[in-house]
Design a binder for this molecule. Sequence first.
Ligand code: CAA
Length: 263
Amino acid sequence: LSAIVPCCYGNDTQRANGYAVELHRPKALNALFTPLILELNEALKTLDKDSTIGAMVLTGSHKAFAAGADIKEMATKEFADAYGNDFIESWSELPNTIKKPVISAVNGHALGGGCELAMMCDIMYCSEKANLGQPEIKLGIIPGAGGSQRLTRAIGKSKAMELILTGKNFSGREAYDWGLAARVFETPEQCVDGALDTAETIASYSKIAVKACKEVVNKSQDLGIREGVEFERRVFHGLFGSEDQKIGMKAFAEKKKAEWKHR
Ligand code: CAA
């Protein structure tokens, strides 16, 4: 791997069965060009299949999570190429195919596609001074990797519309205040450590239950409340067929720690 490296400023590169992946294209502030996205997809898919990994953290450097899609790669692109070759579709592997939880730990710039990549993750953590935004309007384009949809669902139409139409950036503190980020930390190190701690907690539970949690929460983004609750109930019923449900409830009754079969 060249544009992706194991996290180098969490306490460890790998803890329990949580894992941090760091975007590493320092000269371009982690601008997201196709080779980096393909490498990221491969790294995440490998970790997703690895039975020793329970959850993942995606981060960048102190300076930049990612400064957006690579403007130099896009500058001369034509419609026929973009449309004909499904430009940016490969970015959707993370939200569409990765089954294990992914936490983004956002430090520095997370602009345009960088903000969109952070929002594709299941949970977002930020440091106070992280610099997020959808500045595409300044380049004569619009967000192209889900920004107009995910930001709007997360913070509401009026605020998202204002941010996308003005290209105004916002801080990690604001992302937290508006409910886009689940937690905010004072320093970048604390942000990555906090994300790794959460990944470790998630990884300590039954993989079957974790997978089902992620699936039902994500469904809430696509379904109406009635269909969503029905879907949740079906999955809930299904878990009574898992050994880990028996193990978890027996351990509770016996006041013991559950030793999951699928961990
Ligand atoms: N694409 C390509 N290169 C980029 C880049 C990007 N998105 N962002 C930064 N870089 C490059 C710069 O060109 C520069 O390279 P050189 O040294 O070769 O000139 C290097 O990274 C360092 O950048 P700066 O000198 O600009 O650093 P700075 O600290 O002064 O500013 C910044 C940092 C505010 C992030 C500024 O670089 C910037 O505004 N970048 C562009 C942000 C942006 O507009 N992102 C949205 C892209 S469009 C998009 O993402 C579409 C989509 O929805 C998918």
